[in-house]
Write a protein that binds this ligand. Structure first.
Ligand code: HEC
Length: 396
């Protein structure tokens, strides 16, 4: 990988991350809005020909009266608003962010030699190939006879995601694995829009322009894919924020944790949207224990083991020496690491006082989890982690 100036890299990172948030929020907003709108359509009153249902909504100082034509109105309206760039830009900015954060700094963020000693180009090749493969397998599943049975399809997609998480956690660093599981699902979602939903919509508008009646199957397929997308949204958001939490990304059974998050997130989506459109609490009450159990399971799984804390007494000098050896290559006023030019997150360990100030974070990052040293570039041993743990325990 060519090395970029760290200052430029940092700005590229900020801008792509900001863009990714903006696009993502817009996409999720429209996605949730339209699924909720669809669920709230009613056909109580007599409706014009071709209209399947209508909804009244109040927002922003006025009333909206929306009617859904299925599969299309008799004539193509002159001002048709398409919703696709939210999805495309979310994927594009997300992929740029992967390049800036994980490909350009693969040795720090994507590769963990203790898991698999990959060369940066190998890690990048695995990343790109797996994202593409995920979409191909998912799309085949949806198009196969399995695609006609919603329950079986959901189980297959669930298994596919678990398999991906298992695979990623055996080739990438902890946070690299989680971000890739999120990107794997996010790629399926964006490709749903790009390769299925929008092309089908175009077939429908094409028929209308030719004065033909559109085949309703195109609308049905598009609807199926956009429903999948809303169920996958909340789990993806969790994966995307996971890299801030070493207790999540450092977990050795990442795939099982992913399973609980996908289950809890998908059921939360069901509860949120169904509540939004006025379903009876009775009908959605089952979601509460399911979400609760999934989260409780995730909390139990991530509960730290006490066993890796050394029984020996460790004094300030010994703990300080460990941190000087393993951490200050990056966490100092003048880092010596090849790529880190400023103390990450402003955290420096110049004195025992500094170490005491950050004791809780040191425990989370380097004792209970292996998130630090980054990519274990400085070769910290388990024995040293246990000793730091004992030193921190002696402070309490
Ligand atoms: C190779 C460079 C490097 C080394 C060595 C290193 N760190 Fe870090 N550390 C980083 C970077 C980069 C970040 C910011 C990560 C991010 O942006 O999520 C960081 C973040 C942290 C954080 C803040 C985490 C958070 O998100 O709140 C703590 C605490 C920390 N490191 C502790 C340590 C300790 C303790 C050691 C030594 C055992 C260590 N680091 C060694 C690069 C390093």
């Amino acid at each position: 990988m060519p090395t970029l100036d760290p200052f430029l890299l940092e700005w590229l990172n900020i801008l792509t991350r900001w863009g990714h948030l903006i696009a993502g929020i817009s996409w999720i907003g429209t996605s949730f809005y339209f699924v909720a709108l669809d669920l709230s359509l009613r056909a109580d009153a007599p409706l014009p020909p071709g209209v399947k249902g209508e909804a009244w909504e109040v927002h922003g100082g006025g009333f909206y009266h929306v009617q859904k034509y299925l599969s299309a109105p008799a004539n193509l309206p002159p001002h048709l608003i398409w919703f696709k760039w939210e999805a495309y830009l979310t994927w594009i900015t997300g992929f740029l962010l992967i390049i800036v954060q994980y490909y350009a700094q693969a040795e720090s963020y994507l590769i963990d030699p203790a898991i698999l000693p990959l060369l940066p180009w190998q890690a990048v090749a695995i990343s790109v190939a797996s994202l593409a493969a995920g979409w191909l397998v998912y799309d085949l599943l949806c198009r196969s006879p399995i695609g006609r049975h919603t329950g079986v399809l959901a189980l297959c997609v669930f298994a596919l995601i678990l398999a991906a998480a298992y695979g990623f956690s055996h080739v990438f660093s902890g946070r690299g694995a989680f971000i890739h599981t999120g990107a794997f699902i996010g790629t399926m979602m964006a490709a749903n829009v790009f390769a299925v939903i929008i092309p089908n919509q175009r077939k429908i508008t094409g028929s209308l322009l030719r004065g033909e009646t559109p085949d309703p199957k195109y609308g049905v397929i598009g609807k199926q894919r956009s429903t999948h997308n809303t169920y996958l949204t909340l789990p993806v958001l969790f994966m995307m924020t996971s890299n801030h939490y070493a207790i999540i990304t450092g977990h050795p059974q990442a795939w099982a944790l992913v399973g609980l998050i996908v289950l809890g997130g998908a059921v939360a989506r069901h509860a949120l949207l169904r509540h939004e459109v006025g379903d009876d609490m009775h009908d959605i009450a089952w979601t509460v224990p399911v979400i609760g159990l999934a989260l409780a399971g995730a909390m139990m799984m991530t509960e730290p083991a006490k066993s890796n804390i050394s029984a020996a007494k460790v004094g300030d000098d010994e703990a300080f020496a460990i941190v000087q050896n393993r951490c200050t290559a990056c966490h100092s006023a003048t880092p010596t690491d090849a790529t880190i030019k400023q103390a990450p997150k402003g955290i420096m360990f110049a004195s025992v006082e500094d170490m005491k100030r950050y004791a809780a974070q040191i425990e989370t990052q380097a004792v209970r989890n292996h998130a630090m040293p980054l990519g274990n570039k400085t070769g910290m041993t388990d024995d040293e982690r246990a000793k730091l743990g004992a030193w921190i325990a002696s402070l309490k």
